[in-house]
Design a protein around this ligand. Structure first.
Ligand SMILES: Cc1cc2nc3c(=O)[nH]c(=O)nc-3n(C[C@H](O)[C@H](O)[C@H](O)COP(=O)(O)O)c2cc1C
Length: 435
């Protein structure tokens, strides 16, 4: 089969996904849907109908408290507040479907590897191998404050996460394929000689345990990583099956994929991790209609809401900077990769705080494709071909209308162009997404 595009839906269990104030759009269903299972079940069925690889949930398990050193705008505008645990709705979506995968973000900062393996792999086992894990190391200060932890510096967080992963692998690999006997006559469930006792005394963690969960149909969850700084990429090359990145446009996407391929080759890897890019599609019956939608979205967003989210993610209090300040002149211990990508959104590295706030409020920095279904499909195919990426994480402009338009009107055009599947090839997320 010729190379195929992969599509992942990108969400949060929050009043918004990645568009500030989307909850205030009269057509948006999230406020009503957030509290029950039906909204999420419908989303799952839609994605499966559209042959999406997975639903991907971001998670911000702590407040955006950098802007004006306050939580006021975060709470006032519902800037991902509250953000519920994605595993709960994710389980419901898996139960509602047969092929759709689920990728959840879970931070290494506030959790222990044993608990993480237990939570994620239980669901992976239950769902027949349809779970993925977006490994994040805790760039949000609010997450650490909530848990009473001191936030470590950027690179140290990755060092800690490396040790975290070593324990996860030991727990995932600790049950030999023939360990389970389930011998009713002899009353023997498993052979203890074939089940490892993981015993680690590391710099950051201690763990003495037998693996808490049986291997799933795909062995372990598919591993995603979204850090794109130098240290982040080093971590990704070591651990990730898929890198999820945000880059402002075609040239930056192509550059990202090429650099990753080169770094991967230099590191002696047979294959680089797959790359998916975040994108937002604003789809109208006509181009004029789509542009009007985009304008209405933008006009709904108070600058303070956009700056509040951007301050949290980039770890900089943007209330203290002039909107004309050049973003590249800021430094951060939070998301260095994202800061770099935004600073380069104008193509010359000269993007200002005001430029970045505009795209951060609209789509958390993800580029938008605005047009009728044919224009959206055409541009997606072009970005996919030109960048050499594996596919896209598509964040909706409104819930669930945007997902419906994408599945009903854009997916058939991608299929007709022969670049997207018409049925699932495999059963596990590994088979469908990574191949
Ligand atoms: C596309 C994308 C999605 C991310 N999603 C989350 C998330 O849901 N939760 C979180 O805590 N961090 C998230 N992050 C933060 C990264 O995982 C990482 O910790 C941060 O960007 C710092 O890494 P870097 O400087 O190497 O880019 C995301 C980053 C990117 C680029």
């Amino acid at each position: 089969m010729t190379k195929q595009m992969h599509l992942i839906g990108f969400y949060m269990h929050s009043p918004i996904n990645h568009t500030a104030l989307s909850w205030a759009d009269p057509a948006d269903e999230r406020l009503a849907g957030m509290a029950g299972f039906d909204h999420w079940k419908r989303l799952a069925r839609l994605l499966e109908k559209g042959c999406f690889d997975a639903a991907f949930f971001a998670d911000t398990p702590g407040g955006f408290d950098r802007y004006r050193e306050s939580i006021d705008d975060y709470v006032r505008y519902g800037v991902c507040w509250p953000c519920h645990d994605p595993l709960a709705v994710g389980s419901v979506m898996l139960a509602e479907t047969q092929n759709l995968g689920l990728a959840v973000t879970l931070s290494t900062a506030g959790s222990h590897p044993y608990g993480t393996v237990r939570r994620l792999s239980t669901l992976d086992y239950l769902s027949g191998g349809r779970v993925g894990w977006n490994i994040v190391s805790g760039h949000l200060r609010g997450e650490h404050r909530a848990l009473g932890l001191d936030q470590m510096d950027h690179d140290a967080r990755y060092d800690q996460a490396d040790e975290y992963m070593d324990i996860c692998y030991a727990l995932w690999n600790g049950i030999a394929p023939d360990a389970i006997l389930a011998d009713r006559e002899r009353g023997i469930y498993a052979d203890p000689a074939k089940v490892a006792v993981v015993d680690v005394e590391g710099e950051y963690y201690r763990c003495r345990a037998v693996p808490p969960v049986l291997p799933s149909a795909q062995g372990r969850p598919v591993l995603f990583q979204a850090g794109s700084s130098g240290r982040g990429q080093q971590f990704a090359l070591k651990h990730a099956d898929v890198i999820f990145a945000i880059q402002p446009g075609e040239a930056a996407m192509r550059g990202f994929v090429q650099k990753l391929d080169a770094t991967s080759q230099a590191a002696g890897k047979a294959e680089a991790p797959r790359v998916t890019f975040g994108i937002q599609c604003v789809i109208g019956g006509t181009e004029t209609e789509a542009k009007a939608q985009q304008k209405a979205m933008a006009e709904r967003i108070p600058l303070d809401a956009a700056l509040c989210r951007m301050s949290g993610t980039l770890g900089v209090d943007f209330s203290k900077l002039d909107p004309a300040h050049r973003l590249a002149d800021s430094t951060t211990q939070a998301s260095q990769g994202m800061l770099q990508a935004l600073a380069n959104m104008t193509g010359d590295g000269n993007a200002t705080v005001a430029d970045a706030a505009r795209v951060f409020g609209a789509s958390t920095g993800m580029p938008q494709i605005v047009g009728d279904p044919a224009q959206v499909a055409e541009r997606l195919i072009q970005l996919w071909r030109e960048s050499g990426c594996h596919g896209f994480n598509v964040t909706p402009a409104s819930n669930l209308g945007s997902v419906e338009s994408f599945v009903d009107e854009v997916v058939p055009l991608l299929q007709k162009a022969g670049v997207f599947r018409t049925e699932y090839a495999g059963k596990t997320m590994q088979q469908n997404l990574v191949g």
